[in-house]
Design a protein around this ligand. Structure first.
Ligand SMILES: [Zn+2]
Length: 106
């Protein structure tokens, strides 16, 4: 999966399994962001500061996306919540705790 390029190799199988599990419940689900460069993060952060982002965005240098440790998945809200709780039980962090239910990090 091309979206998984740049993720930490030891995390990639877990993110792939997470996305597969979500897509079984919501076939429309898709990954909208994974590894980001710091310039991409800066661009998204400027949009966020301008009020043009629906979800919170960390400043450049502060996002797990830049470390290849996070992905964003658009999916049905209930599916995201169930997946988020399972992700947390497995030791990950889910953005639903901070108004960012599309965000999964490890
Ligand atoms: Zn995210």
């Amino acid at each position: 999966m091309s979206w998984s390029n740049g993720l930490l190799p030891q995390l990639r199988p877990h993110f792939l399994e997470l996305v597969r599990a979500i897509q079984r419940l919501d076939p429309q689900a898709r990954v909208t962001s994974a590894k980001r460069s710091s310039s991409e993060q800066a661009r998204l952060y400027r949009r966020y500061l301008a009020g043009q982002s629906r979800y919170p965005v960390a400043p450049p240098g502060r996002s797990k996306h830049e470390q290849g440790r996070a992905i964003d998945i658009i999916a049905n809200k209930r599916v995201l919540e169930a997946a988020g709780l399972a992700w947390e039980r497995a030791g990950g962090r889910w953005g639903g705790r901070f108004n960012d239910d599309i965000h999964f990090e490890a």
